[in-house]
Design a protein around this ligand. Sequence first.
Ligand SMILES: C[S@@+](CC[C@H](N)C(=O)[O-])C[C@H]1O[C@@H](n2cnc3c(N)ncnc32)[C@H](O)[C@@H]1O
Length: 265
Amino acid sequence: MGLAAPPEAGSGREVQRGSRAEPVPGAAPGPQTPLAPNDPALYERLADQWWRPRGVFAMLHWLAAARAALVPPAAESGAVLVDLGCGAGLLAPHLAGSGYLHVGVDLSRSALRQAAEHGVAAVRGDVAAVPLADGCADVVVAGEILEHVPDLPGAVAEACRILRPGGLLVIDTLAATALCRWLAIGVAERVPRVATRGVHDPALLVDRDVLVDECARHGVDLDLRGIRPSMIDMALWMAHRRSAVRMVPVATTAVLFQAWGTKRA
Ligand SMILES: C[S@@+](CC[C@H](N)C(=O)[O-])C[C@H]1O[C@@H](n2cnc3c(N)ncnc32)[C@H](O)[C@@H]1O
């Protein structure tokens, strides 16, 4: 199956979500200018943090493990998994031996360089205008990316467009609820190493009904489940007695949740 970009890869879409919030002082370390919430420049400033298991992106490592657990081994050789907003490729070690060609799409050049060093076929592009062919992917994952995208319907349409009929879509993201804004932004972004200050724009958190409806409109019926870090693991991790924290199911999808579904034929 071809991975070639369609000729017109420009988005041409209106920005539909996102706040015009003020810069967050202390959003990133160092003497640089403060950044607005969700400014992509944050990932360049924090480029040396991606692969540090106790760095500011530690929780992304735990989420990558939980995401990979939803991906079955490739059914045939040459199967393609497209990782939208792949960052530095933290999913790669968790897919080792699963048989996929792991293609990563991201805007951050420094993250893509690191993803390539970890075996990801790195492609620079916007998830709202993915430079890959229709139906090229057996699996599409969108982990911790939809809550960073101003054009949620556009990104969902692109994820579903590149997924082949019968292929699997796997998502994890943050819900657009007051509880999530308080917990994931108000609290977590103030706890060192749990979330990075200023990484989220509250206006971009994902409305679960919109996500489910948009995916269904593009042929993917989603199941949802809430997840959270294991508190015991977290305590042991903080005490340096565990190297990683397991994500465990939780009754509500109102904060952090996974979603998955197969594209109708
Ligand atoms: C929170 S990180 C998640 C990275 C990775 N999925 C993981 O879980 O380790 C968000 C990533 O999305 C990328 N990103 C943000 N907006 C994007 C867009 N519109 N198109 C492509 N990548 C984007 C950022 O550069 C960053 O690498």
